[in-house]
Write a new protein. Structure first.
Length: 328
């Protein structure tokens, strides 16, 4: 892609702010679809990442003001996307590359994937099919984000750990647009891998965080305390075993053991998961893409997932009682 490639970041929060800011620092014209204090801060200061700042090409809370883009990076919480997606159509042309930097199972997951659920759109992540209509899966490059970011204040992102991105065509093809998008992202200093099995990368990340996030939000406990409780630890492993079995059935097998993955998490110490941080701040939790979708996949395959369902039911009820979840 040329230096004149027009990029728009939808959701210039922590992760979106890092992605947009580092690309802008490399000279890429990056616009932002943002609202409220974040929109105002970007208009005043441009992109800010850590101690650096860079010009923003344009910023608005109305996609029509920004116009068609070559690349659209979506960095909002997944539960916001069904309501947001229809408003994004002014950004999208038939050649626009859509890069969703989201957690959990995305709307495009089964597009061109093959297997028993080929073409399936999950109710958990696209209940009214508004996302699929506005953001065609054929234009998506899947993206898995392996970095941690925070916000010092609206419009000022902090990169706290990691710089790795994995992107790939849902079909697994090593396409020109995947290579060009990878090159674009590398200009921002990111370590980018082009995957020939992006759904496996999505599922592996999901498998690692679909337990710790909801359990921490449910209990209010940091990761070390969650893992130190032997009954909770054993429950986590049962959930992971069920999710790994589903992954194998849909074409996203996992080679790592649950014990080894838990050991990786334990080395991170007494951290608060993103879902716990959202719960403590009174923000809606990202439950559907992380857990509801996995339960739905089990139901569609007629595979019992009693531990996943228990995790979903308990977390969903607790979140509803606290005004943090309004899903079906």
């Amino acid at each position: 892609m040329a230096d004149s490639t027009k990029v728009c970041v939808v959701g210039a929060g922590a992760v979106g702010g890092v992605l947009g800011g580092r690309l802008a620092a490399a000279g890429v014209p990056v616009s932002a679809l943002a609202r409220g204090a974040t929109r105002d801060a970007l208009r005043t200061h441009g992109w800010r990442v850590d101690a650096s700042s860079s010009p923003v090409a344009a910023v608005s809370d109305d996609a029509a003001d920004l116009g068609p883009q070559d690349v659209v990076i979506i960095a909002v919480k997944s539960h916001h996307l069904p309501a947001l997606a229809p408003s994004l159509t002014p950004l999208i042309t038939p050649s626009t590359v859509v890069v969703p930097a989201l957690n959990g199972v995305p709307w495009w997951f089964f597009h061109d994937f093959g297997g028993a659920l080929e073409g399936t759109v999950l109710d958990a992540t696209d209940p009214d099919r508004t996302v699929t209509a506005a953001l065609p899966p054929s234009q998506v490059l899947g993206c898995v984000v392996h970095l941690a970011a925070d916000q010092a204040e609206p419009g000022h992102a902090l990169l706290t750990a990691g710089d790795e991105l994995i992107i790939g065509e849902p079909s697994g093809a090593l396409s020109d647009r995947a290579g060009q998008t990878a090159a674009l992202l590398r200009t921002g200093g990111f370590r980018v891998t082009v995957s020939d099995a992006i759904q496996r990368d999505v599922w592996f990340k999901l498998w690692g965080n679909m337990t710790m996030n909801p359990i921490s939000a449910l209990t209010g406990a940091t990761a070390d305390l969650v893992l130190d409780d032997p009954l909770v630890n054993a429950f986590i492993q049962r959930v992971m075993t069920e999710a790994a079995a589903l992954g194998a059935l849909i074409g996203a097998p996992i080679a790592q053991s649950a014990e080894d993955r838990i050991a990786v998490t334990r080395r991170l110490g007494a951290f608060k998961t993103s879902m716990l941080q959202d719960a403590e701040s009174g923000r809606p939790i990202e439950l559907d893409a992380l857990v509801t979708a996995v339960s739905e996949i089990g139901a569609r395959l007629a595979i019992p997932t009693p531990n996943i369902d228990a995790l979903l039911g308990l977390t969903r009820l607790a979140a509803r009682r606290r005004g943090l979840y309004s899903g079906a």
